[in-house]
Design a protein around this ligand. Structure first.
Ligand SMILES: Cc1ncc(COP(=O)(O)O)c(C=O)c1O
Length: 389
């Protein structure tokens, strides 16, 4: 069980506002901010490289804590500046060629889909997008129809950004493994939110960002690269962190996920993210998930009771992301109104979900994204505001 009083006391932002924008960027606990500040001060006092040497243990803690959260090896984790950089590196390490096919789904994150379109334009790969079913999900068994001799990878977003339905990545992973196709999972919205067990999820790569449900600093992310598959893949760019210069004309790529890392990085951010993951581990991811799910259920029930309000999640299993619209009211206006009352929410833009919102709702919708430190009384207040707007 999560002690709400403690969780809120350790989250200073809670005193001033209602933060229902955790899928954008969550509020950080004290300990995360303190660890970042402490490292920046150390850099100021003794120098950046010298501070790095002193912080070896905290940096090592990043790999250990994430490995614990994801049930994988520390050597399978790379620190990345963002989730986008993580998956781009992973996908391009496959050495794609003209005619290769990538399978993805209709809930794909806009930034990811744009990258795929750009790679398609530059290299000539084919994108095969599986349409979402009426329940907002793709059926794993349908994937078989999309797989062919030219399929090089499957890229699936676990929980979408624009609405919170949860894809069955375990079932998809089983198929990918059976067919021997590289499977990449976007866990940006699910890491720190729901349990992710990499012994059960048969993916080659999984990536996430620090600032959302993990409650880490901005400008941080990670890549999980499974040790059994990593050796096959050559990162598109390397430097002296990812490779060793053996002789004038020879180099060796590092073993493990380190081959995807860069030498230069935001050390304070990495240390802060380590602390954030440690914090999540100490609360327990199953406790976190259960509390978020219970808050989301309350939110949905309360929203659905308001006349003219429609909730847009299509499947029954709840994540902390709840999207809705109110008849006759523009999403942006409602979001602004809530913001003026110190309630942070966000908007899922139709133009960022061309294969999803664009196909059925055809308008922007308001997104509330709840975390375990949110409370029932906050939900009550927000519901009242929405009802009376
Ligand atoms: C589902 C999903 N994937 C990827 C990203 C991109 O993450 P980053 O900004 O760290 O690259 C986001 C960010 O909102 C996201 O929601």
């Amino acid at each position: 069980m999560i002690d709400l009083k403690i969780a809120r006391a350790e989250t200073p932002g809670c005193n001033k506002l209602i933060h229902f924008n955790n899928a954008g960027c969550a509020l950080r606990p004290h300990s995360v901010i303190d660890s970042v500040t402490k490292h920046l001060q150390l850099e100021q006092q003794i120098g950046g490289y010298e501070a790095e040497t002193q912080a070896k243990e905290e940096v090592g803690n990043f790999y250990a804590q994430l490995a614990q959260l994801l049930n994988c090896k520390s050597s399978e984790i790379a620190f990345m500046e963002s989730a986008t950089r993580a998956w781009q590196s992973a996908l391009l390490s496959l050495g794609l060629k003209k005619g290769d096919e990538i399978i993805t789904a209709g809930n794909e994150y806009a930034g990811n889909y744009l990258s795929l379109l750009s790679i398609a334009r530059q290299i000539g790969i084919e994108i095969r997008t599986i349409a979402l079913e009426a329940d907002g999900l793709i059926k794993a068994e349908n994937m078989e129809r999309y797989l062919g001799a030219k399929t090089r990878a499957i890229l699936i977003t676990h929980i979408a950004s624009q609405r919170g339905d949860i894809q069955d990545i375990k079932a998809i992973g089983e198929i990918a493994q059976t067919k021997g196709v590289c499977f990449l999972v976007d866990a940006c919205q699910s890491v720190g939110h729901v349990p992710l067990d990499l012994q059960e999820i048969k993916c080659d790569f999984l990536f996430g960002t620090g600032r959302k449900y993990l409650r880490g600093p901005r400008g941080t992310g990670f890549l999980f690269a499974r040790s059994e598959s990593t050796a096959k893949y050559m990162p598109p760019v390397i430097d002296l962190q990812s490779a060793h210069w053996d002789a004038a004309e020879r180099f060796t790529i590092k073993e493990g996920a380190a081959r995807f890392e860069s030498f230069e990085r935001n050390l304070a951010g990495q240390i802060g993210l380590a602390r954030a993951v440690e914090y999540a581990n100490s609360l327990g991811i199953t406790n976190i998930a259960a509390r978020i799910q219970s808050l989301a259920r309350t939110m949905v029930t309360r929203l659905e009771a308001i006349q003219g309000v429609r909730v847009h999640e299509l499947s029954e299993t709840r994540s902390g992301i709840v999207t809705f619209s109110k008849v006759g009211i523009e999403a942006e206006k409602l979001q602004n109104q809530l913001h003026q009352q110190d309630v942070n929410t966000s908007i899922s833009k139709r133009s960022n979900a061309r294969l999803d919102l664009d196909r059925d709702i055809q308008c922007d919708v308001v997104r509330v994204s709840l975390h375990y430190y949110n409370s029932d009384s906050e939900i009550e207040r927000v519901v009242q505001l929405i009802e009376h707007y």
